[in-house]
Design a protein around this ligand. Structure first.
Ligand code: HEC
Length: 150
C-alpha cells in the first residue's frame, strides 16, 4: 500500500506553517530568485522581441521590450549589487528599440537591437560573465504567438 510521506502526514517541521516570523522571513529572502533565474526569461524575451519585430508584430514586440525592462528592474531589486550595472543598461538599451518599434521600422530596429545586445553583454562582462554571448540574429523564438517551427 502506498503511504503518504512524512511531510504530507504533517509530522515534519514545515517553516511555512509553524516557523517563527523571523524564520519565515529569512527563508523567503533565501528563496528570492537570483539573476540566472530572471536571465532565462530575459533570453527568451530577447528572441521573442527579435522575431516579433521581424514578423511586424509591433505591439507584441513592444510588450516584450516592456517585460525586459521590468526584468532588469527586478534583478536590481533581487540582487542589489547588480543595480548599478542594471541602471546603465536601462539608460542606454531600451530607448533606441522603443523608437524603432514606434516607427515600425525594421532597419532602425536592427541597429537598435544591436545596441541592446551590446548593452546586455556589457552587463555580463561587468558582472564576470563575459562568456555569455548572445546571438546577433536569434534563429528561433519560443512564444506561441510567433508560431515558429524549428
Ligand atoms: C544587470 C546586468 C545584466 C543585464 C542588464 C543583462 N544580464 Fe544577462 N546575465 C547577467 C548575469 C550576472 C548572468 C549570469 C547569471 C548569474 O550569475 O546568476 C546573466 C546570464 C544571462 C543568460 C544565461 C542564462 C542561463 O543560465 O542560461 C542569458 C541568456 C542572458 N543573461 C541574457 C541577457 C539578455 C538577452 C540581456 C539583455 C536584454 C541581458 N542578459 C541583460 C547580468 C545581466
Amino acid at each position: 500500500m502506498v503511504t503518504a510521506n512524512a511531510e504530507e502526514k504533517g509530522s515534519m517541521h514545515d517553516w511555512r506553517h509553524d516557523g517563527s516570523s523571523d524564520d519565515k522571513l529569512s527563508n523567503l529572502v533565501k528563496l528570492v530568485p537570483g539573476t540566472s533565474h530572471w536571465m532565462a526569461e530575459m533570453g527568451d524575451r530577447y528572441q521573442n522581441l527579435y522575431w516579433a519585430a521581424k514578423q511586424e508584430k509591433w505591439d507584441f514586440a513592444h510588450y516584450q521590450l516592456e517585460e525586459m525592462e521590468a526584468l532588469a528592474r527586478i534583478v536590481s531589486r533581487a540582487r542589489p549589487n547588480r543595480a548599478e550595472t542594471a541602471s546603465v543598461f536601462l539608460d542606454k538599451a531600451i530607448e533606441p528599440v522603443e523608437h524603432a518599434l514606434s516607427d515600425k521600422d525594421w532597419g532602425k530596429f536592427e541597429k537598435a537591437f544591436s545596441v541592446l545586445r551590446a548593452e546586455c553583454m556589457a552587463c555580463h562582462a561587468k558582472n564576470d560573465h563575459s562568456f555569455i554571448i548572445l546571438p546577433e540574429e536569434p534563429v528561433w523564438a519560443s512564444s506561441p504567438v510567433l508560431n515558429m517551427s524549428k
